[in-house]
Design a protein around this ligand. Structure first.
Ligand SMILES: Nc1nc2c(c(=O)[nH]1)N[C@H]1C(S)=C(S)[C@@H](COP(=O)(O)O)O[C@H]1N2
Ligand SMILES: [Mo]
Length: 202
């Protein structure tokens, strides 16, 4: 029986086309990368706030955020430390739903994502809108594990994963870019894995 080159590949199209430059497939593993101590957060006390340059600053509690139209991401994630993970499934709510309620002002061009721990990361507002970013509380149909940001994290899968703030509690809309935790420590302001924007100056 003739064996074609693709026969022994893990997936029909091969992983190469979906691996950004300099990345490897971490397989079934999911490394934990956390700069601070992992907090223990009670969902009864948890809230999510969108404020700054918005017409309608809003805070959702656990019940209220679950009442918004839900949404699931299925696809890949990429960490700047060179691992990528294929075929992840996260469920939560699109950031668009939160912004529809909060109503960004015209000069709101950048966003600072804040974790309850003090971790921050900055993004252009366009990277959070148009169905590209989520606030998620489930991974693979189960509650998001605490070490991966549970109960709730930001998910911005088209950018390096440090933009996906764990234990998120606030999106602050701003008129100017301001650097977050890793960006002040040398990581790129945008972090597009396909352009290999790992460090400032890339
Ligand atoms: N609050 C918080 N969020 C964070 C981080 C962190 O240290 N603290 N690390 C970031 C980095 S560098 C990565 S790669 C991912 C890691 O997420 P994981 O631990 O679920 O793989 O979370 C991002 N979000
Ligand atoms: Mo990372």
């Amino acid at each position: 029986m003739p064996v074609t080159r693709g026969f022994f590949r893990k997936r029909p199209d091969g992983p190469e086309g979906r691996l950004p430059p300099g990345q490897y497939d971490t397989g079934s593993g999911w490394p934990v990368l956390t700069a601070e101590a992992t907090p223990r957060l009670d969902v009864d006390a948890w809230t999510m706030t969108v404020d700054g340059l918005v017409d309608n600053p809003t805070t959702w509690d656990w019940r209220q955020i679950h009442a918004l139209p839900g949404s699931t991401y299925f696809g890949d994630i990429h960490c700047v430390t060179t691992w990528s993970k294929f075929d992840t499934t996260f469920t939560g709510v699109s950031v668009d739903e939160l912004l529809n309620v909060a109503v960004p002002q015209d000069d709101a061009t950048f966003v600072m994502a804040h974790s309850t721990t003090g971790y921050t990361t900055n993004l252009p507002i366009q990277d959070l809108t148009g169905g590209k970013a989520w606030i998620v509380w489930e991974y693979d149909g189960r509650p998001l594990p605490r070490e991966h940001g549970g109960p709730v994290r930001l998910l911005v899968p088209h950018l390096y994963f440090w933009k996906s703030a764990k234990w998120i509690t606030r999106l602050e809309l701003m008129a100017h870019d301001r650097q977050g935790f890793w960006e002040r420590n040398g990581y790129h302001d945008r972090g597009d894995p396909w352009r290999e924007q790992r460090y400032q100056g890339d």
